[in-house]
Design a protein around this ligand. Sequence first.
Ligand SMILES: [Zn+2]
Length: 190
Amino acid sequence: MGDCVGDWVWDGGRSSVDLLNTLRDRVRGGRETLHTPDDLARWLREAGFTQIGAAGPADLAAARRLRGAIDSAVFAAAEGRPVPDAAAQAINEVAGAVPLAPRLALDAAGRPSRVPSGPAVATALAQVAVDAIDLVTGAETGRLRVCAADDCGLRFVDRSPARNRQWCSMRRCGNRAKAGRHYARGRARS
Ligand SMILES: [Zn+2]
């Protein structure tokens, strides 16, 4: 905890890509931001899975395994390479770990409520895995990008109309790159 707080970014465009970005600084060998099961629970809540209670060590291991599998599957698909079997299996394992369909529960008076079928963390991870399956097989496969900044490595789905988004975000890397170009031009002139 501590140093990873505030290090999560939500510019991926989809939950499966945001999960990839919990491993930061991939160009420098990777920096983990999901250190503990608590980190995972907090990340899932911030990702919009509001029903999340406590996560356990097995959930954390599953999330990290899923993250690695998604990364290799989506980039293989995006680059037209064969998707590794092991990656597909790992994604399927998490996607199929719990039934995703909710149950219609009734109380004694017959009042209905919507109840998830499985434990909240496993259900959320399964939804992320399904999002990855949709990404690998859907219309956005070819829109997966890695931020153009040399030292970033964040992944995102490019939804710009011209399909020319370069940066994970203008705020983080885009402005920095612009400033760098100004600096380089200034030096060239002097
Ligand atoms: Zn970036």
